[in-house]
Design a protein around this ligand. Structure first.
Ligand code: SF4
Ligand code: SF4
Length: 320
């Protein structure tokens, strides 16, 4: 049995909704098939008031082992570093996070707010929010860059706004079944199994990307969303076109550009208002290039690709 505790800081509950909709495995499978003992969760926990405090104190004092501490949402430090704006079970949530992280075997940050601060930590950040071990791209966050859980791992970051349900439950299974220490993490502490490839991997519009056939409207069934609609698929690490949403689709399959929600800079508020879904260009060349592509190569390649575009690349891919 692996004891799991899930707490929520500055959050919209989106990752809880995602978790409760997981399918492979489901939240119920975690309990029935993988030996996860959910001690408490904001939507599932039965204990309230003094009983909840008793449970939390048993964990922080070491009376009861804590195998997996999952945190959703930011660590709220306002006002003035006290954390009083986000109280929980009789004290600032930030104090519970600090104490529980000291006794947990593994700490898992779920969603952008818990990983890098997400929307709440975007300037001017009135709630003085931090991610558990990052603030945007900077390592450190609330627990500090040297933090390691009792099992010797830093915080395991599962980003996304929200994170895909199966990313969450599959990582919990890995940890609960004793394979947590084998998880390979990237420079942002994301499990490599999910966050090495780009959102573009598996996108059904790759042929349109290659031949520079562009979609100019949301939901348009033909064309790549990179050239006019600001798709960040070639710059974003996520398996959204490999591990499909609701087991059947993804943003780009539905004609919606990837917004880069698994990267630390999300939500890219540096863009001018009204231009989120507009590809930013400098002299006709996209400002943000697909990873590993230089500007000169891009200009040559796209000119040739456009000229060589076969007729089928211009046809509606969904015609039956
Ligand atoms: S840029 Fe976006 S829409 Fe185009 S192929 Fe890549 S992921 Fe798909
Ligand atoms: S397609 Fe992009 S914005 Fe959408 S969930 Fe995946 S990574 Fe996030």
């Amino acid at each position: 049995m692996a004891n799991l505790l899930w707490l929520q800081g500055g959050a919209c509950s989106g990752n809880t909704m995602s978790f409760l909709n997981a399918e492979e495995p489901s939240a119920c499978d975690l309990v029935t098939d993988f030996g996860v003992n959910v001690l408490w969760h904001p939507s599932l926990g039965l204990e309230l008031g003094e009983n909840l405090k008793k449970l939390l104190n048993a964990l922080t004092s070491g009376q009861m082992p804590l195998d997996i501490f999952v945190f959703e949402g930011t660590v709220v430090n306002a006002p003035n570093g006290t954390g009083e704006w986000n109280r929980f079970a009789g004290r600032p949530m930030r104090d519970w996070v600090s104490d529980l992280s000291k006794v947990a075997n593994f700490v898992v940050a779920v969603g952008d707010c818990a990983t890098w601060g997400g929307i709440p930590a975007t300037a001017p950040n009135p709630s003085e929010s931090q991610g558990l071990q990052f603030l945007k791209r900077n390592q450190g966050g609330f627990l500090g860059k040297d933090y390691k859980s009792k099992a010797g791992l830093p915080v395991i970051n599962i980003p996304g706004c929200p994170a895909h349900p199966d990313w969450i439950t599959q990582i919990v299974v890995a940890v609960a079944t004793g394979r947590g220490a084998d998880l390979k993490l990237d420079e942002f502490q994301r499990p490599k199994t999910f966050f090495t490839s780009f959102t573009q991997t598996g996108c059904t519009r790759n042929m349109h990307f290659a031949y520079k056939v562009s979609a100019t409207e949301f939901g348009q069934r033909k064309g790549c969303l990179f050239y006019d609609l600001g798709c960040r698929g070639p710059m974003t690490h996520s398996p959204c076109n490999r591990v499909l949403w609701n087991r059947q689709s993804s943003k780009t399959r539905a004609g919606m550009p990837c917004m880069g929600c698994t990267e630390p800079e999300f939500p890219f508020f540096d863009l001018a208002p009204g231009t989120v879904f507009k590809t930013q260009t400098v002299m006709g060349v996209p400002k943000d290039m697909p990873s590993g592509v230089d500007k000169t190569g891009y200009i040559k390649l796209t000119a040739a690709a456009k000229a060589a575009s076969p007729r089928w690349a211009e046809e509606d891919i969904f015609v039956v």
